[in-house]
Each structure stands twice: as C-alpha cells, then as structure tokens.
Design a protein around this ligand. Structure first.
Ligand SMILES: [Zn+2]
Length: 515
C-alpha cells in the first residue's frame, strides 16, 4: 500500500478524502487556497487519467509543503518553467484551478507528447506551454519511453542537453518516500507482489503528423568547431556568431526561411564577417549542413520587410522582427535557384527535423515554409524560389503520414492600408507627437511606408481589426523612441506606445554609406 517509483504517471485516481486529511495534518497551516487546489488537482487528474498520488506528491515536494513563495505568490504548483530561484515565472496563473490544469497537462504531455483534449489550457500559460513544454517532450533527445514516476528524474541522453524530464536534483525522488510518510495507506497502483510492471498497452498515435524524417540525416558541421574547414579564422567565426538577436527577444521559431547565397559558403561566411548577416544553417552543394547560429537566437538573414506577400501576413502580424520568428537556411546556389540533388535532400531533412522539434512549425508546415521573396518581393524577388520544390516534398511527407497539408495562399502582395485608412491618416497616428529627431541621425524619423518598420506596423495594425471591421477598430500605437544597440550601434530599435518594439539591423556597409 504505497506510491512507488515504478508506478505509472498515468493511471486511475486513488486518493480518498481520508488521505487528503492525513496530508493536511502533516504539513503546516494549509489554507483555503491549498485545499481548493488539491480538490481541483484530483478532479483534473481524473479527467486526464493522470495518477493523482504522484501529482500531489510532486506538488508537495516542489512547493516545500505548500510554503514556497512560488506557490503562495505565483500559484506555480510544481516549479513549471522555473529553472532556478532567480527565474521569473514565464506565465501568469490566476486561479488554483489553472494551476491544477497546467500541472496535469505537463505530466500528461511527458508521456503522451500531446495535450489532453479535455483539460483546457489556461490562457495565460498557453503560449509558454505550446512554445516550450511541448517542444521539450517532443525533442529528439527527450528520453524514450517516459511513463513511470522515476522517469521524472531521467536526464537527456545527449550531453549537449543537460536537462532532466522534470528535475535535475539528486534528492528529487525523495518526494515519493516523504509522501508515503505523510499519507499512509495509498492503494497500490498494481496488484501487490507484481515485480515488473506489465508493458504499457499500445496506444493509438496522438496525431497523424509524421514522426521521423523521410530523408537520411546528412553530414552536419558546426561553425564553432569547423570554421577552418570553411576557410575563415576564429575571429571571423566569432564575429559571424555574434550576428544575431540574442534569445530572440521574446519570440520563438514558428517558420522556416529558404535563401540562396548567390555564391558558396566560404565566401558568404567571409562576407558576413564584414557586413551584419548570418543564418541558422548553411547548406552546401555536397549535401552537408553547417550550423551557424544557435536555434535559441534570431539569425540575421531575412533583412528588411519590403512589399511582402499575403502569405507572410500572419507572420509579420506577430510583431517585432521576422528573423526572431524564423529558422533560416542559406543554400549554395546562384540566382537561378537550382540546388543539387544532395543539397535539396539536406534542405528537406533540415526542415523536417525542425518541424519534428517545433510543433508550431509542424502544425502549418507548408504555410510556415517561406522563400525570402515572401517578405521582400522587391529586392529579393528571386531569393528562395526553390521553396516550391521543397513544398512539394514536404507535402508528400505529410500526406504519407495521413496529414492533409494546408495550401499556401496565392502569391499576391499585401495591401498595406486597411479599409478606410489613408496614408495621411496612418501618418497622423504614427507621428502623434511629430517625427522624432536624434543627434545620431541626420534626418527625422517618421512615417514612410517604404520602410520596413512602418510596413510591419501597418500589417500588425490591420491584423488587430476584427473580421469585417474598419481601421477605427484596430490598434495603432505611435512611435515613441528609437534607440541604437549592438556592436557599432547597428541594431536600431523602434519603440511604440504600446510597449512593442521593432528591431532593425542596419548593415555596416549601409552605415558606412550613410556616414
Ligand atoms: Zn535571401
């Protein structure tokens, strides 16, 4: 009669009111909130088929017997999203019912790699859970076969991923022993005397999305180690590796951008050490991949938004710089956009690998795979045209797995001005306090609809208008400041009255021209 480390994380509920009273008699001063939480946790465990004994045991351990500020102040039941004492909780929870739902979904997803459909994800936690927790449990390096209490403590096999499934803490499994002391007589999950657990029953797949690439993994180089092979010095490597938005400025990868280098990788790398450019990976004619910028950082590949196409509207409407929402590929090719067969295979493998690791990309894979021309149809009208062939191969991959891909919209330009809004009106909102002047620029910064930050502002504003509404129902923040950041002040950050920002990379060759 006990909770055991070999019990399954998923199982029927087994705690009774008598167990809960025993628990509360053993910890200091549980309050009404604590009692309400336990009731909600038991409820949602029942809905999702999550073992309530382990869930509550984990909660009691993680919150230091419900005394931790993380619990009493932030309502975080189990350190979710909190990697150290100094971490600010990355989402808000407003009720203990929300706390219970987040914990139940986190445990459920560890085993099922998906959310339980009947446990509503709290609005405040959705983007973090979708953007961080789900990719974590679906990552290629996530340990296989996680389904027992002790699996909450398994660390990832690949040493580059020093994470555990739940906690890296030598004392972590102590929560089981301690809980059994607080709450005697927990019914066994399996019949007494069972030494080895029966194999979990075969479950139908959680979705019809593909589960592995249909192309062999190519040779992968890393710029941090292999820079010499690509003809650049260590200093040049460090410079190129610095060409990024560190930490993506609050965004995350939801799209893939395909580019052509108009040259070969050694030449491009050498050029990038002089101008301000980079990409997540480069792909060579021999079919090898070179990892350049870490996926956690925004690469400097997509340049300026300039007369973007309708297909990119959803991405630009997310706000900020498109690079921060993107993983990028620079393929060796000239303006004809013809790749070698090995190179095309490597592009397909890379995008499939990303889709498998980033569920938001997988969910709308064809719409999320762009050629550069989609955000700059003027000066990059031919960059990434090979994406049409890649789309066809990704479509076949999805169809083989039983998924019907969403079609790409017709390639037509976005109309920048929504119904009823004239350029004069837009200018008035944008420059509510007049164009800004700064000592570091010779001209005033104001409304100019050929500039990327203004185009992004118009597209974002239009996206805020309810279906069928006119411009007056949209949100039109005004420009309040432009600050310079980065090496040689090359990142110009446009700041708006609603707190949003648009970081723009001004390439060093352009800065030199302007000076
Ligand atoms: Zn490009």
């Amino acid at each position: 009669m006990a909770l055991r480390t070999t019990d399954y994380l998923l199982g029927p509920v087994r705690l009774t009111d008598r167990h809960i009273e025993a628990l509360f008699a053993n910890i200091d001063g549980p309050d009404a909130k604590d009692r309400e939480f336990v009731a909600r946790l038991r409820h949602w465990c029942g809905v999702a088929g999550v073992d309530d004994a382990n869930a509550l045991s984990q909660m009691i351990w993680e919150t230091d017997d419900m005394r931790a500020p993380r619990w009493n102040r932030d309502l975080n039941p189990a350190g979710i999203g909190i990697t150290s004492d100094g971490t600010v909780q990355p989402f808000d929870l407003t009720t203990v019912d929300e706390s219970a739902r987040v914990q139940v979904q986190a445990i459920y997803a560890m085993v099922k790699k998906a959310w339980h459909p009947d446990v509503p994800m709290p609005d405040g936690a959705r983007s973090w859970m979708d953007g961080k927790w789900l990719p974590k449990v679906r990552a290629a390096n996530y340990p296989k076969g996680v389904d027992q209490v002790q699996d909450q403590h398994i660390t990832y096999g690949d040493p580059r991923w020093p994470d555990a499934t739940w906690a890296v803490d030598a004392a972590y499994m102590g929560h089981v022993e301690r809980f059994n002391r607080y709450v005697p007589g927990i019914p066994d999950q399996r019949p007494a005397g069972t030494q080895t657990p029966p194999p979990p029953k075969e479950e139908p797949p959680v979705s019809a999305f593909p589960t592995e690439p249909n192309v062999n993994q190519p040779v992968i180089y890393r710029l941090t180690e292999d820079y010499g092979r690509f003809g650049i010095s260590r200093d040049q490597m460090l410079t190129v590796r610095g060409n990024k938005f560190e930490g993506r400025w609050g965004a995350r990868p939801v799209s893939v951008f395909c580019h052509v280098q108009d040259g070969v990788t050694p030449g491009s790398l050498s050029h990038w050490s002089i101008v301000d450019a980079s990409s997540t990976v480069m792909i060579q004619r021999d079919g090898s991949i070179l990892q350049v910028i870490d996926e956690d950082d925004g690469p400097w590949t997509n340049g300026d938004v300039n007369a973007p196409l309708q297909e990119a509207a959803w991405l630009i409407a997310l706000g900020g710089n498109v690079n921060n929402w993107s993983l990028t590929i620079e393929a060796e090719a000239d303006a004809s956009n013809v790749l070698t067969a090995a190179e095309e295979d490597a592009v397909v493998w890379q995008i499939e690998d990303w889709a498998l690791r980033y569920p938001e990309i997988m969910r709308r894979l064809i719409q999320a795979t762009f050629g550069h021309y989609a955000v700059n149809s003027v000066s990059r009208a031919f960059c990434g045209r090979y994406v049409a062939g890649i789309d066809a191969r990704l479509t076949a991959w999805l169809v083989d797995a039983g998924t019907t891909p969403e079609p790409k919209p017709a390639p037509k330009p976005i109309s920048l001005y929504p119904a009823g809004m004239t350029p004069q009106l837009a200018k008035r909102f944008y420059e509510l306090h007049g164009p800004l002047t700064f000592s570091w620029t010779s001209k005033e910064i104001g409304f100019d609809d050929t500039r990327s930050e203004v185009q992004s502002w118009l597209i974002r504003g239009a996206a805020s208008i309810p279906e069928g509404g006119d411009w007056s129902q949209g949100r039109w923040p005004f420009l309040v400041d432009v600050v310079r950041r980065g090496r040689s002040n090359n990142v110009h950050v446009y700041q708006y009255s609603d707190g949003s920002v648009y970081p723009k990379i001004v390439r060093r060759d352009e800065l030199a021209k302007a000076a």
